[in-house]
Design a binder for this molecule. Structure first.
Ligand SMILES: NC(=O)c1ccc[n+]([C@@H]2O[C@H](COP(=O)([O-])OP(=O)(O)OC[C@H]3O[C@@H](n4cnc5c(N)ncnc54)[C@H](O)[C@@H]3O)[C@@H](O)[C@H]2O)c1
Length: 456
């Protein structure tokens, strides 16, 4: 009989953790403070888009229980995975209020209670939690750091076949209890003290974000010197010291993790008296990268005033409906500020983006989004968009320009299909039979657009 477990927070991490442990044979109780979310789950509906999650939850329904009650949470188990959100505050630090709420609501009477932190928390948090538990007289409650490394879109595979499992503990026995849960995984289990375990998570995300910003800067230089970043990244990635992952140029990273974790690590360093210069640049490069499309559009269209731009993809990456910190949001608002009409399409994230995109025409249908557009911008590399350069899209557009913000398409194929192509860090190509605007025309267009800006 496997040890029953509890999961606190029914978001991406909580639901994937619950579904996977249930699939491994554990009885799992999931608690969330969001009553609507719990009602959805009880009714068999999955409140997020994550491939395979609905099937896994359905298959293990008999082992899963969903509740809003903290009392029910600990009825069957004292082994509680904390999977609540740790969003950024205005200061860039992590907002740990949900974590503190969990700590303060812990029952005092339950034996064998262990809090296992899967939420991403700044190094030093575990020591603070330990202090708060002890101050409440809960010295018998164990605390273990077990950061989660899953990526949305591939979360179940990442959970079931992780590269490593990190277990940080104050004492070896409590760490052993958590490590046991993962014993049948083939992955190495990295044992550490709590603060080092917390730092492994932050350092990993910060390093991946650094790789992305580095590649984006290389892409920008490639544009200047006429190189192709996709070839450069391939050539770099074959070097085993570098590795092939996260070397894809694009419109910058987004999502619920990288931006907030990189910012939180930078703030944590600053609060501790260290200026983390590299991360400051990583963040700045990422912010500028989201806006580079505007320059590319101007290069082809001149002023964007009253031009229609179709943004294809709103989610921060494919196979998720998560739009938190998505590049699409910055780009859409930047284009609106340029006076453009913005239309946008996404296969799953329209409703998530709607409250954030006032003034943008959201389209359920891809052809509707590109209809009348002067440019179509690939913002998220959805698989459906691989078939974008096709005759009905060209016919529907007012001007056949594709700006491929994720280097999803083959430039030559796009050009042969009658579109002008502009990627990231690759040579651009005008549509066959058309000539791209010359610098003088661009200067004139810019002068006209400046003249249109009201004084003051
Ligand atoms: N999403 C990812 O890809 C990912 C990957 C690795 C780590 N993480 C980390 O895991 C944590 C959770 O991320 P997420 O994306 O699943 O968040 P999420 O926002 O999708 O879900 C968090 C859930 O916690 C619930 N919650 C808040 N306070 C609660 C409380 N006191 N008791 C019970 N439930 C409560 C919320 O209602 C929400 O449903 C974060 O720290 C995040 O940084 C996320």
């Amino acid at each position: 009989m496997r040890e029953p477990i509890s999961v606190i927070g029914a978001g991406w991490v909580g639901l994937v953790t619950a579904a996977c442990f249930a699939d491994l044979g554990h009885e799992v109780t999931v608690r969330d403070v969001d009553a609507a979310r719990i009602a959805e789950l009880e009714a068999g509906r999955v409140p997020i888009h994550e491939p395979g999650l609905g099937e896994l939850l359905g298959r293990n329904r008999s082992r899963l229980r969903f509740t809003t009650s903290s009392a029910q949470l600990f009825e069957r188990s004292g082994l509680a995975f904390v999977c609540v959100g740790t969003p950024p505050t205005y200061s860039g630090d992590a907002d740990l209020s949900a974590v503190w709420q969990v700590v303060d609501e812990l029952p005092t009477t339950k034996d064998g209670l262990a809090l296992i932190m899967k939420s991403t928390v700044p190094p030093g948090t575990g020591v603070q939690v330990r202090g708060r538990l002890d101050a409440r007289g809960l010295t018998q409650v164990a605390y273990v750091s077990n950061p989660e490394f899953l990526a949305e879109g591939t979360a179940i595979a990442n959970f079931m076949r992780p590269d490593r499992v990190v277990v940080g503990s104050f004492g070896s026995a409590e760490g052993d209890r958590v490590a046991m849960l993962y014993q049948e995984f083939a992955a190495p289990i990295v044992r550490a003290d709590v603060t080092s375990a917390e730092m492994i998570k932050y350092a990993s995300n910060a390093f991946l974000a650094t790789k992305i910003s580095f590649t984006n800067e290389i892409a920008n230089v490639c544009e200047e010197v006429g190189a192709d970043v996709t070839l450069v990244a391939n050539g770099m990635g074959l070097d085993q010291r570098i590795g092939p992952h996260f070397l894809r140029a694009g419109l910058g990273y987004g999502g619920s993790c990288f931006p907030k974790d990189v910012a939180a690590l930078k703030q944590l360093a600053g609060n501790s008296g260290y200026h983390f210069q590299l991360l400051t640049s990583v963040i700045e490069v990422n912010e500028l990268q989201k806006r580079r499309v505007v320059g590319k559009l101007r290069k082809h269209l001149g002023s964007l005033q009253d031009r229609t731009v179709a943004l294809l993809g709103l989610a921060f990456k494919p196979d998720t409906n998560d739009v938190r910190e998505a590049s699409s949001l910055v780009l859409a608002l930047r284009l609106l500020a340029e006076g453009a009409h913005v239309k946008a399409w996404d296969p799953v994230a329209i409703e998530d983006a709607r409250p954030l995109l006032a003034g943008v025409q959201l389209c359920e249908d891809l052809l509707e989004a590109v209809s009348g557009a002067d440019a179509a911008v690939i913002v998220t590399e959805w698989n459906d968009l691989k078939a974008l350069p096709r005759p009905e899209v060209r016919t529907a557009m007012n001007n056949p320009l594709i700006v491929d913000g994720r280097n999803l398409l083959d430039p030559e194929t796009v050009r042969r299909a009658g579109f002008a192509y502009e990627g990231i860090g690759r040579p651009s190509s005008p549509v066959e039979g058309r000539v791209a605007p010359q610098p003088l025309e661009l200067a004139e267009a810019l002068a006209r657009s400046l003249a249109e800006v009201p004084a003051g």
